[in-house]
Design a protein around this ligand. Sequence first.
Ligand SMILES: Cc1ncc(C[n+]2csc(CCOP(=O)(O)OP(=O)(O)O)c2C)c(N)n1
Ligand SMILES: [Mg+2]
Length: 695
Amino acid sequence: MGAAGANVVNLTDAQLDQLCVNTIRTLSIDAVQQANSGHPGTPMALAPLVYTIWNRVLRFDPQNPIWPNRDRFVLSNGHASMLLWSALHLSGTQAVNANYETLGQPSVKLDDIRRFRQLDSKAPGHPEYHWVSGVETTTGPLGQGIATSVGMAIGEKWLAHHYNRPDFEIFDYNIYAVCGDGCLMEGVASEAASLAGHLGLDNLCWVYDNNHITIEGSTRLAFTEDVETRFLAYGWNVLRVGDANDLDRIENALNIFRKTKGRPTFIVLDSHIGYGAPNKQDTSAAHGEPLGEDEVRLAKQSYGWPEEAKFLVPEGVYRHFAGGVGTRGAEARQKWTQLFGAYRAKYPDLANEIDLLQRRELPAGWDRNLPVFPPDPKGIAGRDASGKVLNVLAQNIPWFLGGSADLGPSNKTTLNYTGAGDFQAETPGGKNLHFGIREHAMGAIVNGLALSKLRPFGATFFIFSDFARPAIRLAALMELPSLFVFTHDAMGDGEDGPTHQPVEHLASLRAIPGLITLRPGDANEVVEAYRYVLQLPHQPAVLALSRQPLPTLDRSKYAPASGVAQGAYVLADAPGGNPEVIIIASGSEVSLAVQAHENLLTEGIRSRVVSMPSWEIFEHQPEAYRDSVLPPNVKARVAVEQASTFGWERYVGNSGHVIGMNTFGASAPLKELQRKFGFEPDRVVASAKKQLSRT
Ligand SMILES: Cc1ncc(C[n+]2csc(CCOP(=O)(O)OP(=O)(O)O)c2C)c(N)n1
Ligand SMILES: [Mg+2]
């Protein structure tokens, strides 16, 4: 139709719609071609969908992409990122900095799209939260986006229930997520969809790009189930749009979603990957490689686009977006801002809470009444101390909530004070989330809640952190304050045996950049661990807690537990300091190290115990502090940790010794396991002496 070159004054609305759709298509094609890498086919197919969602439906103000009551858009098939870069660019979405201030410049410039996938471009390979304003969550690992969207939907329900008042719908936003075959093959999507159906999340809409193509070819190779029936069985409303190019039908389906109450909506959209490329359409060749110059020309021809034009945004396209999402979003935000002003006058405390949580700040007195545990040789389990802390925090911080993957009674994560309640469809203000036995979805949902500015935690046995690991990694990548409470952190699960005994988990989580791991050594260290991580607005944390009681150390004799905030601290020292041997321990091995230390002292050996609950926090301390805890000249060192020895050389040095795990555990009572694997005071003493004799 050649509209790209036409004078926009003469174009009908339908022609302008088409012009916008083809702009998204050709920007995507050109960007991938220029980068010589990327995924053109899905943007070509889904441009009409993304155009319709953004320009006809989404309540999103490009001038303020963090307005709290905006609709959320999640591109779960993150490889089709050019859809998002196009939408952000064409809508004129503004950049926001880390202090939540708009910067007066576009989030994604045309130049960023020209530099798609290049260093520092705001159009990277996949959608990156925290890097590009307007991206609601990082996607790329398939399934994560839609699973995270369930957390966003739970978050909205909770916020609405907690903060809305008669005539004050402060929160009433929807979550739109787009996904492909890959997302729906991933198990995490099934876990999340099942829970979303159970919870009747009618603020959640997934659109499934049903193109029958993945990388290896047709979905006939591996994916022949009846997806619609699966979602019906989950309790979703299932709709179908048989033509991905039909904007009105798409809009119609989205309108049905908005009217549907009591269940989430799943829209099956039949599409053609590589739409318009005559030799590549409907083939996997359109998925993940540039079309090639010849095919690009042919595709542009089929859209009625100038064949030689590159990165063309025809006159009128920006204006059409401004008149669509721009006008609708601005009006919605203005109305909301007025409403919120009146709300603030009537409910100043609630408005203040909303202000605080939006900036990831904590309310005054958030840590009041945290327990202090008296010295007790019998002690208390890490998980029990944690349970007490969680119940205090949840009462002090209205938007602190969470739950377990069906292990609440074991993890001791149940919030059991009066009024805590369960989060269910009928009670969306409850603070106990029941994730069911769905650890991966739990991780993603916790992230979705954190993206909704709540302070969420998820819990399971430490061994099953593996099942949540992809989401924990994304929490770190996104710099989210997601909190993971993992109990049964070592051999404490004794008789359950090696399937339930984590060995490599600490090492593997310590390897994730930006993630804080903490393995507290007694009940007071548990308190301090929580106190520390709650103050981190942009970092996820893993707490590894014991199942069995750990002696509560006498802090009048040993150093205060506040040392946890330095990651490692001198807990017990030789009289007058100046140690000749250092024992470093974490978690359940701290009291063991203290026993060994006392024995060494009676033998006249000048030992020091360093409690090291967190490598990462310690690494962030100034060198002078680190050297004061681990003086470089003291080479005789022993580390004790009931976990893989992997990595401990960095603290004990090449000549040091690590008492840890080099094999899997075994099924036996804990005492026998401690003997078998060497976690006994005599063994620590012997190792310390051997170290001394060597240095
Ligand atoms: C967890 C995960 N596994 C594998 C990949 C690699 N990958 C990227 S896209 C893709 C195929 C996805 O197929 P589909 O979702 O149907 O996308 P389409 O080609 O139809 O856009 C694969 C396997 C990934 N990104 N994430
Ligand atoms: Mg596909």
